[in-house]
Ligand binder design. Structure first.
Ligand SMILES: [Zn+2]
Length: 330
């Protein structure tokens, strides 16, 4: 068994941690020197990256709940396993499949129609029960191991608690180099998958890993709030009156991988299409920050919930890091 697998709690290092240390640690985890029998470490890193904007709190630590962490984790694996048929574990002579794969197979055996649907379309009670089982399994097997690999620099945890606490230096590092870390993680994950899967399923492997986090297509709930409740009747970019309404991710979805009200604006079709996967010009950053200051005053439980993880400089930080990550200006 790999070191750290049976650890039940861990703290994070106090005091500043520099970027070189983080690069060294991430490169170690992506290398073969960090023991891996399954792809769970890659899955957990991806899930932490995908949950950076779901973290609560400020200053010294940021909390990500196991529910959020393993919700994303389960959804990613659902696509990799059931849609792309990618095995996620080195055979140990006794079993070919990791616990997650076994859980999915059992579910599909009981309910064959699930094989063809997205994870989010599985009935809620079934879905929550799967997330809970995966959370129990992976908390035991991967949270401690990854904590050990990162030498106490990434997060603190207690398996009996409700989630992990990201070190603030780790949070800032992961936000700043999100694009780069994501790519390195995919590369290492793909290399591992190539070793254990047949040639027929590893075609377009990087694309499959990227597509494992699906983009939500129904954004009507956000449109409803912004148009009806907040009364945004003009295009956020060109200010023309809206006839046909498009819901636009201000910071592109492919950077944030998250649907949050504070990152949505309404746009006319022309501006939305022109913007596509680009980031808006700097002057719009100030505009959306002011917009968010007003929006969060709306007396609505949905709005309050959406803003729970919002921080004052989040948009300008993301804007800067997306730009250095290669996103071009509109
Ligand atoms: Zn417009």
């Amino acid at each position: 068994m790999a070191a750290g697998w049976n650890q039940t709690s861990g703290t994070f290092r106090e005091g500043p941690i520099d970027e070189n240390t983080f690069w060294m640690l991430f490169n170690y985890v992506f290398s073969d020197s960090s023991a891996k029998r399954t792809t769970y470490k890659f899955g957990l890193i991806k899930s932490i990256l995908d949950n950076l904007f779901n973290s609560e709190g400020e200053d010294c630590s940021l909390f990500i709940s196991y529910e959020n962490l393993f919700g994303k984790f389960s959804e990613n694996y659902w696509n990799l396993v059931t849609k792309y048929h990618l095995k996620q574990m080195l055979s140990d002579g006794k079993s070919e499949y990791s616990k997650i794969e076994q859980l999915f197979m059992t579910l599909i055996h009981e309910e064959p129609s699930f094989a063809a649907i997205p994870f989010t379309s599985i009935p809620e009670t079934k879905r929550n029960s799967i997330i809970k089982q995966i959370s129990t399994e992976c908390r035991r097997n991967v949270i401690g191991a990854l904590h050990r690999d990162f030498q106490d620099c990434l997060y603190a945890f207690d398996l009996k608690g409700d989630g992990i606490f990201l070190n603030t230096y780790a949070f800032n590092f992961m936000l700043k180099y999100k694009v780069e870390i994501e790519k390195l993680n995919y590369y290492a994950w793909a290399k591992f998958l190539e070793k254990i899967n047949d040639e027929s399923v590893v075609v377009k492997l990087l694309e499959k890993l990227e597509l494992a986090t699906p983009q939500r297509d129904n954004l009507s709930v956000f449109q409803q709030v912004l148009y009806k409740e907040f009364e945004q009747y003009n295009c956020f970019y060109c200010r023309r009156k809206l006839h046909e309404i498009h819901v636009d991710h201000f910071i592109p979805w492919s950077f944030i991988k998250e649907d949050k009200l504070w990152n949505f604006v309404l746009a006319c079709p022309a501006c939305n299409i022109r913007k596509s996967n680009k980031i808006p010009r700097m002057e719009y950053v100030k505009l959306i920050q002011n917009r968010n200051d007003d929006l969060r005053k709306l007396n609505s439980a949905f709005v309050q919930h959406q803003f729970k993880t919002y921080k004052p400089n989040l948009i300008s930080d993301m804007w800067r890091y997306a730009q250095s990550g290669g996103f071009v200006l509109m």
